[in-house]
Design a protein around this ligand. Sequence first.
Ligand SMILES: Cc1cc2nc3c(=O)[nH]c(=O)nc-3n(C[C@H](O)[C@H](O)[C@H](O)COP(=O)(O)O)c2cc1C
Length: 164
Amino acid sequence: MSTLIVYAGKYGTTEKCVKTLAAKINDPVEILNLRQEAVPDLTEFDSVIVGGSIYFGQLQQACRQFCRDHSTELMRKKLGLFICCGTFEKTEDFLDASFPADLLEHATVKAGFGGELSLKQMSLFDRFVARMVTRAARKEGRSLPAIHWDEVELFSAAINRQVV
Ligand SMILES: Cc1cc2nc3c(=O)[nH]c(=O)nc-3n(C[C@H](O)[C@H](O)[C@H](O)COP(=O)(O)O)c2cc1C
């Protein structure tokens, strides 16, 4: 059973999560960065995993577009959906807002992997926003962004349990 992981991210968190996830999946896996590569023929894959990071409450545009363009094919696959976001507590809300309802219902695995703020790599504007978000979280006693590797682990385990 072969799996395609399709993703879009900006500063490397999503990519890091995807690479770890791919390494934990038992069957052959191909990775597609939507911001850099063209979409291959999806008929070659039994499972597709789609995910990306959240900016200002929205999933990466390239992911949203991919889901719109390939909805019919995705409905015929084993499907996994994930997001990376700074506010882990909002994972359910972000998942619901990010993917079309039919795909959400069809997907067998859904998760949020958390996120991180890689300030050094950010544009000035993004760094400014990230600092504001961090300050607000500290002030309100909320947890700071972090990758939830346990969620990546659970996701891979669920994918490995799937049979065609
Ligand atoms: C400008 C900016 C806006 C963001 N907006 C949100 C947001 O609305 N909600 C949230 O939970 N996280 C938000 N984040 C956090 C990102 O989702 C998080 O940094 C994620 O790890 C980014 O992954 P990437 O490097 O793969 O793009 C934002 C981060 C930045 C820099």
